[in-house]
Design a protein. Structure first.
Length: 256
């Protein structure tokens, strides 16, 4: 798949809460094919202390408008600077990078599982599945009611189950405590993204029931093209780069 380096115009920045925002960008030429799970390396010129690009998975893609959306968590100066950009400013992307989630057969029953900002690639994945005839179940977990993000957007593409750690919305606990995973694991495939301990726990449940599970890793990446080797992960095939051989892996292939 051809990779591009391209400047995008900032269309809108929408804050979902104090730490998360949606960055909406518009390109000047038709978008190439982008698949769920892939990501872009974003250059942040306005931050003097941010020397390296930052990787963000595609949250949504609108081909008709040449627009991309990224769900971003503020973690430091770079992401904070992105969240303060003005409309009509420009950022440079290298994209689309990495591999993608596999698509299920129309007859398969699938579950998407996300925690916190890890829900980011699952919206585009659900949208993509709908186009191919699959309407997934979607389980998303947050700290509390105030932390819930984009639930109505996800409901456009599947049946949504909510869980919060304090029980203020939906079930109480972690995603692995939700009955849809804990007691009724009757899915053909599970697709998961979020904190590593969460993904490990979901993968363990999937393995115990013989369910295929794909996870999207959130390793640190400097280059995004397999040169710097800072995102290496240990797999059953040896050490591989998350940015080029991933970020999506079958959970059974990971030595974690």
């Amino acid at each position: 798949m051809v990779k591009r380096s391209e400047d995008f115009r900032v269309v809108n920045i929408k804050y979902l809460n104090d730490l998360h925002f949606i960055l909406e960008l518009e390109g000047t030429r038709p978008l190439p094919e982008i698949r769920p799970g892939q990501f872009a390396q974003v250059r942040i010129d306005q931050s003097k202390n941010t020397f390296l690009r930052r990787p963000f998975s595609f949250h949504d893609v609108d081909y008709s408008a040449n627009r991309l959306k990224f769900l971003i968590r503020i973690l430091g100066e770079g992401t904070r600077t992105l969240g303060m950009m003005k409309e009509n400013g420009f950022v440079n992307l290298i994209y689309p990078l990495g591999n993608s989630f596999s698509m299920p057969a129309p007859s398969e029953k699938v579950l998407l599982v996300g925690g916190g900002c890890g829900i980011a690639p699952l919206l585009f994945l659900g949208k993509y599945m709908n186009i191919s005839g699959t309407r997934p179940d979607i389980l998303i977990g947050f700290r509390d009611r105030q932390s819930i993000m984009e639930a109505d957007e996800y409901r456009r593409y599947g049946r949504v189950f909510l869980i919060t750690e304090d029980g203020s919305e939906g079930e109480k606990g972690l995603v692995t405590d939700h009955p849809v995973l804990k007691n009724h694991l009757d899915y053909d495939k599970i697709y998961c993204c979020g904190p590593e301990p969460m993904m490990k726990a979901v993968a363990k449940l999937a393995e115990s029931s013989g369910t295929e599970c794909e996870v999207s890793l959130e390793n640190m990446m400097a280059c995004g093209i397999g040169v710097c080797l800072c995102c290496v992960v240990n797999t059953t095939s040896g050490n591989v780069c998350t940015c080029t051989d991933g970020p999506v892996f079958n959970s059974k292939d990971l030595k974690w």
